[in-house]
Design a protein around this ligand. Sequence first.
Ligand code: CP
Length: 303
Amino acid sequence: MKHLTGISDLSDSDIRALLDQGHDYADALDRGDFRSERLRGRVIVNMFLENSTRTRTSFEMAALRLGASLINWDAETSSLKKGESFSDTIRTLGAMHPDALIIRSAEYNAPHMVSQMIDCPVINAGDSWREHPSQALLDAMTLERHFKTKGLSGLTIAICGDVSHSRVAGSDMQIFSRLGAKVRVIAPPFLMPNKFPVTGLETFTTLEDGLPGCDVVMMLRNQKERMNENLIPNDAAFHRQYGLSVERMALAKKNAVVMHPAPMNRGVEIADEVADDPTRSLIFTQMQNGVPARMAVLDLLLD
Ligand code: CP
């Protein structure tokens, strides 16, 4: 494993090793006594060409927790703004020999393209609507910790909402299936993809039909920035018809949990009462697990 551009880069044993290492780091961070110089002397570049709060900050936290240094490259102050091409920008950064490059980009498969132009591990922090592999690792880690399992066999996981524009869905469908879960996709017809990265999924067009029997309800953000037309003209009407309310969440299993990669559109795809339900919501636990999951990624790629 030289790069992490998508879940398909990973063998089953890579996934297991990353999750186990992530759990070890999460336990150590929970104890509050974690210090590591494991990546001391390494310099990592965070290259975010799209906005981010969670992924960018948690990769930075992960690098610093492991003793590495991290540079937050800034598109706004870079020479891209003076007309330099993207490939010359990558070649320039590559000439400085960073130890890893973390990239978020709106371009389809940009991390793979960059990995062929630069001589260091490239980590995909989310590209287009295709993949967000470190989010999938932290989501799987969150479920293993909550259900106290290794693997996700026996769980039925519904991925719901704007699936067609979601890179999180693209990676989650793969990792959840490979870890043994039954995966359902619940999306309105106008947000349902016409193909999937894995086979064997069940599809539904309403939460009422898809949620009964689910252990996990993963809601997705409506990603209007990736829609070519105004598919959701009225957020309130969307919420009434497709949003996760307390009543709809009650259709899932009694102990079912709710997840969301965030940022959330509260009152649109998810109601406040569900997002903030302390007995069911793992949403902020997902964010917490972003740091140890990404520590595992840096550790295994740079070690
Ligand atoms: N989940 C996620 O990728 O969030 P950010 O866009 O804030 O990084």
